[in-house]
Each structure stands twice: as structure tokens, then as C-alpha cells.
Design a protein. Structure first.
Length: 221
């Protein structure tokens, strides 16, 4: 019997050979003591410009948070859209790999570059459609390093509240920080310094806001 990682690497290599150089397969170690370098294997890393030892995506941080707080909530996420920093559109799937004790230990991500297929599809539709079709759902960008990821998470927290941090009241800042906490942002080294500075609060206040959110979660769990 092969160890889980060895087996996952075999599967990743097989997928890459089957689907070609437009298909990236990434294995993240969710049990690593260093979550900022969670990638332990990657095939066709040129698609997102990542490599072994690279940092996590938003979904990886969320998974690590979930393992610690509510592991049963982790379900495979299949066939969703993401995008690279240079605008390539990917069809992605995320599978959570559990060990013999049922604990999620690895994450297998498949990212297939469908940009050329979309362009081809749009060219065909231009010939047969009678009116423009607008796609409302925007794919989420895959960050190539933890600093970009943290910046992206902060932007999303601000968008969630709907106003600049300087105009937020206490409850709105708590809401934004709850989003960041749930997304695993505080697993990133020195993220507390950056977040507290961005929202114009002390680190003590930041931790008190996180504690408020933790108590609320416990009360509703």
C-alpha cells in the first residue's frame, strides 16, 4: 500500500499526461507546520507560475481554518472558475483527501486552462447569437504569493461591507475581520500587523474583534 502523498503524486502525474500541458495539478499539505509554503507537488506549474514550496490560495487557508474549527464542513468543490494573475481563465476542482482516521490531510487541486476554448466558443457564438450574453459570475484570481493573497482578502472584506475602512463603524469592522478570520487570513505571518494598520485599529482591538467572532460562532454552532 502506497503512502497517501506518493499515491496522490502518481495520480497528479497521470492527470497531467492525460490532459496535457493546459492542465495544472497541485497537491497542498494541509497539515504542514508552515502553511505559507503548502505546495508539496505540482504538475504544469507554468499555468499559475507556482512551484513546490509555494504559498497557499484562499481556498487552502479556508480549508486549514475549517480543519481546526469545523472539519465536517469540508466538501469537494468541483467545476468552478478561477483566473491567473495574467487573466487566463481556469476551470478548477478541489478535492479534500482524508487519511485513515478521516482527517483531511491533503488537498488536490485541478486547474484546466480553458481560455482558448472560451475564445473559440465566443467566436462561434458571435456567428449564431442574436444578442450579447453577459456572464455575471467573475472567476476568483489565484494568488502567486501570500502578500498578494492577503491584499486580495482585505479587498474582498471591504467589498463585503461596502464602504472604505476609514468610514466603517465598529460593527462593520468586526464584520470585515470576521470574513478575514474565516478565510484563514491570520494564518499568514504578520497579517495581524497589516490588517490592524489597514483598519486603523490596534492589535489588541483586532484580537478582541476576532474573539467576539469566535464567541458568536461557538454560540451558534
Amino acid at each position: 500500500m502506497k503512502y497517501p502523498l506518493e499515491l496522490l503524486i502518481q495520480i497528479a502525474h497521470g492527470f497531467a499526461k492525460q490532459f496535457g500541458t493546459d492542465c495544472e495539478i497541485v497537491i497542498h499539505d494541509l497539515t504542514s507546520a508552515d502553511p505559507e509554503h503548502s505546495i508539496v507537488h505540482i504538475e504544469n506549474g507554468h499555468i499559475t507560475n507556482r512551484q513546490v514550496g509555494g504559498g497557499p490560495s484562499k481556498i487552502v487557508l479556508e480549508a486549514i481554518e475549517a480543519i481546526q474549527k469545523h472539519p465536517d464542513s469540508l466538501k469537494d468543490h468541483l467545476g468552478y472558475l478561477t483566473k491567473t494573475s495574467n487573466g487566463r481563465i481556469l476551470k478548477s476542482s478541489t478535492l479534500y483527501i482524508r487519511n485513515e482516521k478521516g482527517i483531511v490531510s491533503y488537498m488536490l487541486s485541478i486547474n484546466y486552462d480553458i481560455t482558448n476554448l472560451i475564445n473559440f466558443d465566443q467566436a462561434i457564438k458571435a456567428l449564431i447569437d442574436t444578442e450579447d450574453q453577459v456572464k455575471n459570475r467573475q472567476p476568483e484570481q489565484i494568488a502567486t504569493n501570500v502578500n498578494d493573497l492577503l491584499d486580495s482578502l482585505i479587498e474582498q472584506s471591504v467589498a463585503l461591507v461596502g464602504k472604505p475602512a476609514a468610514l466603517m463603524n465598529k460593527d462593520e469592522k468586526i464584520k470585515a475581520i470576521q470574513f478575514l478570520n474565516d478565510a484563514g487570513a491570520f494564518l499568514i505571518t504578520k497579517s495581524g500587523d497589516k490588517v490592524s494598520k489597514y483598519f486603523g485599529i490596534s492589535k489588541f482591538t483586532l484580537y478582541s474583534y476576532i474573539d467576539v467572532n469566535s464567541r458568536k460562532h461557538d454560540e451558534t454552532a
